[in-house]
Design a protein around this ligand. Structure first.
Ligand code: ADP
Length: 503
């Protein structure tokens, strides 16, 4: 950190601390709030206006080693080791209630660092916190099995034991839900954890950890490190023999890197990566429902979700009518600073994302796609605002078609037949979520089965729930989060053979 920044940072910190008791400027290792070993720090910026809203430790591999050692010690420490499933469940419930009580404060922190509208931040607290409640309940149901043996005087017993130390790397687009979805499952299973939140949004994660501390997790069970130099720490997580598993949500590129780097030790890895979601509207669809779902599915979080609709396929009979209705709804969306009442679309998270959106729209224009709404930066609102955009006639060569846009841009493609659209929808190495709208029951089952996706919304654009398994196929990931399947990522299955029994 430059010395000249030091005074300004300290002054900003004082102001911030008075704003919220949950706003932390330290990481948390072994039950203590700590600085980076090298004392370095970095600023957290509000994307709506560029203001510094927090200052957190800029940690390096040495700090990661400290956190992993603490987690390893806590794993074998008798206190956590002796916790029953019910004890773990009670702790998770306590954490859940504390988050619920502090929902307003957490939402404000989230909007300030992520730019998402305050109503969406509140929604995320409710949605994300549901994972803690769910996994508190699941903690008591991590059942083993007794399997009938084919050999006399033998019993086959199967136990599910905690995986060990879990390293959890999360993205900025859901600063709370991505943390709770991983931590809830890991802690329910009896693991100890080291979190590494995204550099754009560490404050929400730190606020959650403050409440985990209040809930009373034993020292070393919950650890968090913050950094804006993730690569060496990721590499350490992959190669350290003290880390038993990694759970990562983020870009496909980084996911592949972690997968490769973990192969040396055959480390357990769970990956939730990018998608390229098709949103198909067949001619039999209820168009009002489809349009409503299209707006929320595409424009929630300014289009910055991995399950956002990325390619809209409209059957030619309803193409024009859908576009007319969709355009009216999208044109009415209110863009601005997410902390202001009524705002529905905030800024993009950072300059990299902003530039990517601008470049992809230009690429489509050059390839003869037609911008029928938006298609421009909203400089009058701030540096990172982009207008809600609809583009038709998007060719399959356009980046908008082949890549995940992660922005408020709806790309529209016209199709004629069901086989043609299934082929196009599946013509990607990504397979996270997808959606289709049809009132034809035969078609519904057929298409749902044919789509190469981990999650399918039928006549529905918002599909996430703590109770449902979240995850993708192809290059969209490995493993599932949420649901009872979410626990599987954090347990080892152990077979115990009892032989020579006398009965
Ligand atoms: P995005 O492009 O959406 O920011 P990333 O995959 O870069 O997605 O980031 C998701 C998370 O992964 C963040 O917490 C980020 O700090 C972290 N990250 C980025 N690069 C690496 C890496 N090489 N190793 C481990 N974590 C990384």
């Amino acid at each position: 950190m430059l010395r000249s920044n030091s005074f300004r940072q300290k002054r900003a910190l004082c102001q911030l601390r008075s704003f919220s008791s949950l706003l932390k400027s330290h990481a948390y290792i072994n039950g203590k709030w700590v600085e980076a070993g090298n004392k370095d720090m970095f600023n957290v910026i509000n994307p709506a206006n560029g203001n510094v809203v927090g200052i957190v430790p800029n940690m390096d591999v040495n700090d990661a080693v400290r956190a992993v050692s603490a987690a390893k010690k806590a794993l074998n420490n008798s206190e956590w080791h002796s916790f029953t499933a019910k004890d773990r469940s009670d702790l998770l419930k306590k954490w859940f209630y504390l988050i619920k009580q502090n929902a307003d404060e957490i939402s404000s922190i989230m909007t300030t660092e992520s730019g998402k509208p305050i109503s969406e931040a509140r929604g995320e607290v409710t949605y994300g916190n549901a994972f803690l409640e769910w996994f508190a309940e699941q903690a008591r149901r991590i059942y083993g099995e007794v399997i009938p043996s084919p050999i006399k005087n033998r019993e086959i017993v199967v136990l599910k034991q905690p995986l060990g130390v879990a390293a959890l790397i999360t993205p900025w687009n859901f600063p709370l839900a991505m943390i709770t979805r991983k931590t809830g499952a890991a802690l329910a299973a009896g693991c100890t954890i080291v979190m590494k939140p995204a550099e754009d949004t560490p404050l929400t994660a730190l606020a959650l950890v403050k409440l985990a501390e209040e809930a009373g997790f034993p020292d070393g069970v919950v650890n968090i490190i913050t950094t804006n130099k993730a690569a060496p720490i990721g590499d350490y997580f992959c190669k350290s023999l003290d880390v038993n598993g990694i759970s990562f949500t983020g870009s496909t590129e980084v996911g592949k890197l972690l997968f490769r780097n973990s192969s040396g030790g055959i480390k357990r890895i769970s990956l939730e990566l990018g998608g390229n979601a098709p949103f198909i509207v067949f001619k039999s669809a209820n168009l009002e429902n489809a349009v409503e779902a299209a707006v929320s599915c595409k424009f929630r979080n300014c289009g910055q979700t991995c399950i956002s609709a990325n390619r809209f396929f409209l059957q030619h009979e309803i193409h024009d009518e859908f576009i007319e209705l969709f355009k009216q709804r999208v044109a009415a969306l209110k863009v601005g600073d997410g902390s202001k009442p009524g705002v529905q679309i905030g800024p993009l998270i950072n300059t990299t994302q902003f530039n990517k959106v601008c470049t992809y729209v230009e690429d489509a224009r050059l390839k003869c796609a037609k911008v029928i709404l938006g298609g421009k930066a909203l400089n009058e609102l701030g540096e990172l605002f982009y207008s809600p955009t609809i583009i038709t006639n998007v060719p399959s060569s356009a980046k908008l078609y082949t890549e995940e846009i992660f922005g408020p841009v709806a790309s529209i493609i016209k199709f004629k037949t069901e086989p043609e659209v299934i082929k196009a929808a599946n013509d990607t190495r990504r397979g996270l979520a997808g959606y289709f709208f049809s009132e034809d029951i035969q078609q519904v089952f057929r298409v749902a089965k044919l789509l190469e996706l981990g999650m399918v919304g039928v006549n529905e654009g918002l599909i996430s729930a703590a109770e449902a398994p979240f995850g993708g196929v192809k290059e969209s990931g490995i493993g599932r989060e949420g649901c009872h399947h979410g626990i599987d990522e954090y347990v080892e299955v152990k077979y115990i053979c009892f032989g020579n029994l006398k009965y």
